[in-house]
Design a protein around this ligand. Structure first.
Ligand code: ADP
Ligand code: KDG
Length: 314
């Protein structure tokens, strides 16, 4: 069985270096929060498997080829020749402003179904990772996500949930209705500070939401703070980690990298401080290289950012 099992929609991302309205070249990249995490974990030498529906088209071939090249297990992938690959455009509108457009409605990835997940889950894993993107894709994907979280929890497989709110896909109220019960199956919940209201009482402050998650069985809550680093809540207290000092050129994928680093540390049996340090290190690699996951380190490269002292802790 793999260390990490994850599932979701992997898309092809077409990136522009300037305004889309001006035309010019687009470059083709792999995108998808869950496969980004799988890439991060696999590059560090852990076994990762990704499950999802991949189109029969050329973009589907590209997706599978990229995942295989990273050493990610794709045995559980379902080919869906009826539906196209989900696409996204990432427009570098100005040096500071990127804009996202999705063309993913009705995609192969969004047709994910409970039956796609049965065999991979039965095969087991040390951790199941899922995100709040998948349940926003379709009714069947929502049910598949809920089913997988419940089945993993019942089988004793710890679940990691990254809230990953996507405003282009659903409203905050719809997300909260689905993600709050989903968090009850998780051991680890990862959120940005402005996403905590989607897994608990929207009127409550952070410590109250966290206390409620602990009551529901969550063991660790990681709150990502961008260039301020992150903090971890456990029943033993709060630990913080600063961001590493790097030149940020592309924020896309930082959160997924952070998650991959945290999970890698967990697979290696590191203590909380070690897991947070690795999470921050992968986040720093992600923001200081272009692409969703291209810049993620191999194990021997982890030391490249050693000595980039951590920035101020809140
Ligand atoms: P998300 O991409 O989900 O919004 P964040 O922006 O909070 O996530 O980034 C995740 C992690 O990546 C942060 O906790 C931090 O460790 C790292 N990170 C983010 N921005 C920077 C930055 N400018 N410099 C260094 N590290 C960063
Ligand atoms: O986390 C980075 C993602 O935003 C990107 O890879 C695409 O999964 C994606 C999404 O739904 O936005």
């Amino acid at each position: 069985a793999p260390d990490l099992l994850t599932f979701g929609e992997t898309m092809v991302s077409l990136r522009s270096a300037g305004p889309l309205a001006a035309g010019g070249s687009l470059t083709m990249h792999l995108a998808g929060a869950e496969s980004n995490v799988a890439v991060g974990v696999a590059r560090l030498g852990h076994r990762a498997a990704w499950v999802g529906r991949v189109s029969g088209d050329e973009f589907g071939e590209y997706t599978l080829r990229q995942l295989r090249a990273e050493g990610i297990g794709v045995d559980g992938v379902t080919r869906d020749a009826e539906r196209p690959t989900g696409l996204m455009f990432l427009e570098q509108r100005t040096a500071d402003l990127t804009r996202v457009q999705y063309h993913r409605a009705g995609s192969a990835g969004s047709a994910l179904d409970v039956d796609d997940l049965r065999a991979p889950l039965a095969a087991g894993a040390r951790m199941l990772h899922l995100t709040g993107i998948t349940p926003a894709l379709s009714d069947t994907a929502r049910e598949a996500t809920r089913w997988a979280a419940q089945a993993a929890a019942e089988a004793g497989i710890p679940v990691c949930l990254d809230v990953n709110y996507r405003a282009r896909l659903w409203s905050r109220d719809s997300a909260r209705e689905v993600l709050t019960p989903l968090a009850g199956y998780a051991s680890v919940v990862i959120a940005s500070a402005d996403e905590l209201d989607l897994v608990g009482d929207p009127e409550a402050d952070e410590s109250t939401v966290v206390a409620d998650l602990f009551r529901r069985g969550v063991r660790t809550v990681l709150v990502k703070l961008g260039s301020d680093g992150a903090r971890a809540h456990t029943p033993d207290g709060i630990q913080q980690v600063g961001a590493l000092t790097v030149t940020a050129v592309d924020p896309v994928g930082a959160g997924d990298a952070f998650t991959a680093g945290y999970l890698s540390g967990w697979f290696d049996g590191l203590d909380l401080a070690g897991r947070l340090r690795r999470a921050a290190t992968l986040g720093a690699f992600a923001v200081s290289s272009r692409g969703d996951c291209e810049g993620l380190p191999r194990r021997a490269e982890l030391s490249l950012l050693e000595g980039h002292e951590t920035g101020s802790v809140l």
